[in-house]
Design a protein around this ligand. Structure first.
Ligand SMILES: NC(=O)c1ccc[n+]([C@@H]2O[C@H](COP(=O)([O-])OP(=O)(O)OC[C@H]3O[C@@H](n4cnc5c(N)ncnc54)[C@H](O)[C@@H]3O)[C@@H](O)[C@H]2O)c1
Length: 361
């Protein structure tokens, strides 16, 4: 059986995780080529792989089955569009694009071409998350009252200075858009309802960047539940942590990650911890090794995309998830900018570039 040919476009920090994930899925896929404007970056990632500096030439010549889009976020739109229009499926890093209209276009192209997109929304692929999602969806926890997340993903000046695009409105956005968007996606997915209103504030506390390093938001959902969001890079870079909680009539689910270690706190209506049930079910479903999935969730994303190509099923974090998460995020930014409650989904385009000058400068 032929293996799926994968091309990585963008050979920086996250591409290392993609390369590992491709090798973990070596039975079904193989690296066909690397693309980067910097040959040094590509050679550092894999000295012997075929190398291209121009993504269009690379796609035209190699005709990969899967393109991993791992360039700065401001370039996602043009590369994702070109790749899909030239026959490729995508493993597209988050955020899908920098504006709601561009993300809608990518979603529409995926629908019209039938090309699959698996988003780099790693949190959906953490162990136990899928089981919890299905149980909430099946009503096992009763009505969802509210949810909350925090993403305290500390970064120092060295991170922001490591590449010129980081923290800019045009190519990255701030802590909400870069570090928190996939957590917002997870919370909305787990709660099983859709945001209808966003209200938010953003601030600059520490980082010397254009965009926010601290943001807080509240989403009102279509079933009346509320979701609270805190995303920041101001905290210690030695203590990165994120937590997702969903509160229901019949129990509370809290999951997260701290210093790379998964955290779990699932309780029934009496406050009794029921983690064990979920750990047992996860082992039954994916083997004991699947409990370690948080170490490199990209492996599970590749596995899921390959399954999608083999069977036609949609990936767990699909094109729609990519589009709606950007639309929700743009609503959050728009609320911060206009100091008003913003209706979701947005009825007109909003882009992170529309935030230019928010903090002056
Ligand atoms: N899902 C996750 O957990 C996760 C984690 C980190 C980053 N990301 C996302 O991945 C993307 C990349 O982030 P990173 O931290 O790896 O960035 P990075 O700056 O480390 O790497 C980006 C690479 O893209 C290359 N590049 C720039 N322009 C290019 C072009 N036109 N053609 C080809 N290559 C080009 C750069 O030379 C660089 O090597 C971002 O969108 C980011 O949000 C996702």
């Amino acid at each position: 059986m032929e293996k799926y040919k994968v091309m990585i476009i963008g050979c920086g920090r996250v591409a290392v995780k993609h390369l590992k994930a491709i090798s973990k899925n070596a039975r079904k896929c193989e690296l066909a080529a690397l693309v980067d404007v910097s040959e040094e970056a590509a050679r550092r990632l894999s000295p012997d792989a075929a190398y291209f500096s121009d993504y269009k030439k690379a796609i035209d010549e190699v005709k990969p089955d899967i393109v991993a889009v791992t360039v700065p976020s401001g370039l996602h739109f043009e590369i994702a569009k070109y790749a899909m229009e030239h026959g490729c499926n995508l493993l597209l890093e988050k955020p899908m694009t920098m504006s709601s209209s561009e993300s809608k276009q990518i979603y529409d192209i995926s629908k019209s071409t039938g090309k699959k997109i698996a988003m780099g929304h790693i949190y959906r692929y953490f162990p136990i998350v899928g089981l919890v999602h299905d149980d909430i969806d099946d009503g096992k926890f009763g009505k969802v009252t509210h949810g909350s997340i925090f993403v305290r993903w500390g970064h120092g000046d060295d991170y922001y200075q490591s590449a010129a695009w980081r923290g800019t409105w045009k190519s990255d956005g701030g802590a909400l858009m870069n570090q928190t968007i996939h957590a917002i996606d997870l919370l909305v997915w787990l709660m099983g309802s859709s945001p209808v209103e966003a209200t938010s504030m953003i601030s600059q506390r520490k980082a010397k960047i254009e965009a926010e390093d601290l943001g807080m938001a509240i989403l009102k959902m279509d079933d009346g539940s509320l979701a609270s969001i805190e995303g920041t890079t101001c905290t210690s870079d030695k203590d990165k942590c994120a937590e997702f909680s969903v509160f229901c009539e019949n129990g509370t689910i809290s999951m997260g990650i701290r210093k790379g270690k998964p955290q779990l706190n699932i309780r029934d209506i009496n406050g009794k911890k029921i983690n064990g049930r979920y750990i047992t079910r996860q082992i039954k479903k994916g083997g004991i090794g699947s409990l370690l999935g948080a170490a490199n969730p990209h492996t599970a994303i590749y596995e899921d995309l390959i399954l999608s190509l083999d069977t036609g099923k949609e990936p767990v974090a699909d094109a729609k998830a990519g589009y709606t998460s950007v639309d929700n995020l743009m609503g959050i930014y728009k609320s911060a900018k206009t100091k008003a409650v913003v209706k979701l989904p947005l009825d007109e385009d909003f882009s992170s570039v529309d935030m230019t000058g928010f903090f002056g400068g």
